[in-house]
Design a protein around this ligand. Structure first.
Ligand code: ARG
Ligand code: ZN
Length: 849
């Protein structure tokens, strides 16, 4: 119950369930408020278990009847489940429960979205459907019957029988309950097929609401590309005759890998050129791949318990990044991933929510679907691969699939396959899974005669989660660039294992510049004291595209911090170096567009905090604006030329090539509009035949003070498209002046289309507000108060989405005492709310400290 003392679950307490499940059969009689679920589950005592308590999870269920081997029983029922006396031999449990999907606003378990039924069971939603051992190490074969007056009735596996108003499904692959799914409604299918390398003919369907048929084509192509890629690169084929994807408007997260029946937030599967940006397309391709790849890394091999979440998520994110690198530009993908890691994972790892990639305790597991588990989890796999090499990685993965197919596995199992294939001892490497915190890597160098000595020192700040961090194994990819710009040593990987360690490079004619942490070979904060001139040299000559970009980014960060500390002087050598890169037509336009990007305002706040200073959001905002003005005037001659040179004349394609051109020309447009006003943006807005061009122009128009008319036009054009309207809501907050951001957000909540119970719409306003650094942290405190008001309101209907958004406050201790006082007041106010969810309570207590 909500008022019961929160219970903490520990990894060290793991013990197997007392019973194995031989089969599950479920019958659903659907009705919005009175759905009946009958279950028939064959159990048998688990020879490996010591505890024979027969406890079944169950929440918000009305038990109608329960029998064991046909005889009625009266279990002890608690808010979390039931306990029942059972025979010490195989037995059949049968029950009937009633549930209320139409009132399930938490969007967990069986719920309704726009009149359709759908489910979200990961992590612990199945217990809201029926009584069951809802834990990932209990795997079973499911048979499902769905009765209801709906044209489409779907569940996992293969269809057995379908007649009007009823359908039967059989999933031959044993699975944990979190992979169960059911969908029912009036949906239309976009269909295709794929023949696997094993010769299996697979029917593919993307189910959408009538009206969305035109937004399916790209997702379907991405699915087929993913299926092929997993065969080509990992040797993994699909294993059912049918693969279904369903798009749902009300969804807490991105998407879900239910066996044979993936369910997607419609925002990450539906796409068309007119309504989706290039970034949307790329994200859709990646998420479709991610969920599809889970079929092997997650479903065929699942997790023993939720502490092992990174086993499937880290690996699957790693695999989807590899896929995107192959489909698009590898350097561009790597840089984008690092930008994202620094924006989302670093603050988490450096604040009160820090936890290891494999946490050791939790209260609400939904709060651990984090950037640390997902993105740092993927970084750890990238490091492992770099350390053992590509060939050994491939052998280890083959062994992993071979040895653990059908298992609910652990991180120990995962590391063991690498130890067995490489004969390495990975016990020190394992600390990446067990220690929280972002390591700092300090470099000092000396040059004598012909020898460069690099001395490296690693240090992970202690945290509540890891009070005494020990040295990690850090793969440091490095190259050396000579004074003439030639690479004198190509990339090699230094393996750092000690707290401090030196590496020597001999036979050098002159002192080179070390290009360290190429490709961002480890998720650390690098401290390398290079002069600006050396960085400009790397910006011009580094052969490693990541470090070349990083040189520019570091210079930009220094320039911005310089503006904050000393006023608007920016080193001309940097500006000229930047110009040389962005006008270099041999370079990929997408890469050049990334070079144009500046560190975000929250990145700058982190950088100041790291230097022991208190970030002033207004000063950071001012510096960011000033820097853009400086770029606009310094690069003025090139902006127009580049803008026009990179207009795409061919019909729209969401591919890497065209989207790179648009990214570059839109970066130019945004600077041009600062000096020349909104005329060019207005022209682009009016002539745009795709959302990328239209939205970029609209943003420029708003910034140039010409937004009202364009926003009205945009709204009139797109008012019936909910995904585009999410952009309309979001952009207004994003582009608001800091002093207006909260007021703009508040005004948008009064718009008739602000359906706050829809997570996408809620996030389009409040996710954007939380990301608007200067607006959210405006000294008035209006942003903090408004967000708190709405988190309180949302928590009562949707704890999961509320709890995720509480992380907006995670960096609060960086700021000045006045801001801290207002934030603390808000944290206490939310925490004091009667009936606050366990989800939000856990987040806020951790954040508050
Ligand atoms: N396994 C899903 C994915 O990463 C995420 C589902 C998480 N949902 C949740 N409510 N915690 O693809
Ligand atoms: Zn996943």
């Amino acid at each position: 119950m909500k008022d019961a003392a929160p219970q903490t679950i520990y990894l060290s307490d793991y013990s197997p369930f007392g019973y194995l499940v031989d089969s599950v059969s479920l019958i659903f009689d659907l009705a919005p408020h009175t759905t009946r679920v009958k279950s028939r589950i064959a159990f048998r005592p688990n020879p490996d278990a010591t505890d024979g308590t027969f406890f079944l999870h169950g929440e918000a269920l009305t038990l109608i009847s329960a029998t064991i081997d046909g005889a009625p029983v009266s279990p002890d029922i608690t808010p979390q489940g039931l306990i029942c006396a059972v025979p010490d031999a195989p037995f059949v449990w049968e029950s009937e429960v009633e549930i209320d999907p139409a009132n399930n606003t938490a969007l967990e378990g069986l719920y309704m979205s726009n009149g359709m039924y759908c489910t979200q069971c990961e992590a612990e939603g199945f217990r809201k459907i029926t009584y069951y051992p809802d834990r990932p190490d209990v795997m079973a074969i499911f048979d499902v019957t769905i009765n209801g007056p709906h044209p489409v009735l779907l569940s996992n596996g293969n269809p057995v029988k379908s007649a009007p108003d009823t359908a039967q499904w059989h999933d031959p692959w044993p699975k944990p309950a979190y992979l169960f799914a059911l969908v029912a409604g009036d949906l239309v299918a976009h269909s295709d097929s794929f023949t696997t390398m094993e010769g299996r003919h697979v029917a593919l369907n993307l189910y959408v609401r009538p009206g969305d048929e035109g937004k399916c084509d790209f997702g379907m192509r991405a699915l087929k590309a993913s299926m092929k890629w997993d065969e080509d690169v990992y040797g993994r084929a699909y294993d059912l005759d049918l693969f279904n994807i369903v798009a749902v408007d009300d969804f807490n997260m991105g998407a879900m890998e239910n066996k044979g029946l993936n369910i997607f937030n419609s925002s990450v599967v539906l796409a068309s050129p007119e309504t989706s940006t290039d970034m949307n397309f790329e994200r859709i391709e990646a998420i479709i791949a991610h969920e599809y790849f889970h079929n092997w890394t997650g479903n065929r091999i699942t997790c023993r318990d939720w502490f092992q979440l990174c086993l499937k998520e880290g690996l699957t994110v790693f695999r989807d990044s590899q896929f995107t690198c192959d489909m698009r530009s590898a350097p561009v993908k790597r840089i984008s991933d690092v930008i994202d890691l620094r924006a989302r994972q670093f603050p988490e790892d450096q604040g009160p929510l820090a936890h290891p990639v494999r946490p050791e305790s939790f209260q609400e597991i939904n709060n651990f679907y984090t950037a640390t588990v997902y993105e740092k989890g993927a970084e750890v796999i990238g490091m492992l691969r770099r350390l053992v090499g590509d060939a050994a990685y491939a052998r280890a993965l083959d062994l992993y699939f071979d040895r653990h197919d059908g298992d609910a596995a652990t991180i120990e199992d995962w590391l063991q396959v690498f130890e067995d294939t490489t004969d390495r001892d990975l016990s020190q490497f394992k600390r990446w899974y067990t220690q929280a915190g972002t390591p700092h890597l300090h470099v000092s160098e000396s040059f004598e005669l012909d020898t460069l000595t690099l001395t490296l020192r690693q240090e992970t700040p202690p945290s509540a989660a890891t009070p005494a961090p020990a040295p990690l194994v850090i793969p440091i990819a490095l190259g050396l660039i000579g004074p003439d710009g030639e690479e004198v040593l190509d990339t090699r990987v230094l393996e750092m294992t000690k707290a401090e360690q030196s590496f020597r490079f001999t036979g050098l004619d002159a002192q080179p510049i070390a290009s360290i942490l190429r490709g961002f070979s480890a998720p650390v904060i690098l401290h390398h004291d290079l002069s600006d001139a050396d960085r400009v040299h790397l910006l011009a000559h580094d052969t490693d595209p990541f470090n070349r970009w990083e040189a520019g980014r570091t210079l930009a960060r220094k320039a911005l911090l310089g503006i904050i500390e000393r006023g608007t002087q920016v080193d001309a050598a940097y500006l000229n170096g930047l110009r040389a890169v962005i006008t270099d037509e041999r370079l990929d336009p997408a890469y050049r567009a990334l070079m144009m990007g500046l560190p975000s305002q929250s990145d700058l706040a982190s950088a100041l905090h790291e230097r022991g200073q208190t970030p002033d959001p207004a000063a950071i905002h001012y510096a960011s604006e000033a820097m853009r003005d400086i770029l606009a005037s310094h690069l003025a001659d090139d902006l127009q030329a580049l803008y026009h040179a990179h207009q795409v004349s061919e019909p729209y394609q969401p591919d890497a090539d065209q989207s790179g051109q648009r990214a570059l020309s839109n970066a130019m447009l945004s600077l041009i509009s600062r000096t020349d006003g909104a005329a060019l943006a207005m022209r682009q807005f009016q002539g745009a035949d795709n959302m990328t061009q239209q939205l970029a122009a609209l943003a420029c128009g708003i910034r140039a003070g010409q937004g009202d008319e364009m926003l009205a036009h945009f709204e009139a054009q797109w008012k019936d498209d909910r995904l585009v309207m999410d952009k309309w809501f979001g952009l207004q907050v994003h582009e608001a002046a800091p002093e207006n951001a909260a007021a703009v957000a508040k005004k948008l909540t009064e718009h008739p289309d602000f359906n706050w119970k829809n997570p996408n719409r809620f996030r389009s306003v409040f996710g954007m507000l939380a990301m608007h650094h200067a607006g959210f942290h405006h000294a008035s405190g209006a942003g903090y108060r408004l967000l708190a008001d709405w988190l309180i309101r949302l928590d009562a209907v949707n704890p999961q989405t509320t709890a995720r958004m509480c992380s907006a406050f995670q960096t609060w201790r960086r700021y000045d005492p006045d801001r801290q006082a207002i934030i603390k007041e808000q944290l206490d106010r939310i925490l004091g709310t009667e009936g606050l969810s366990r989800d939000s309570a856990e987040m806020l207590t951790r954040i508050r400290g």
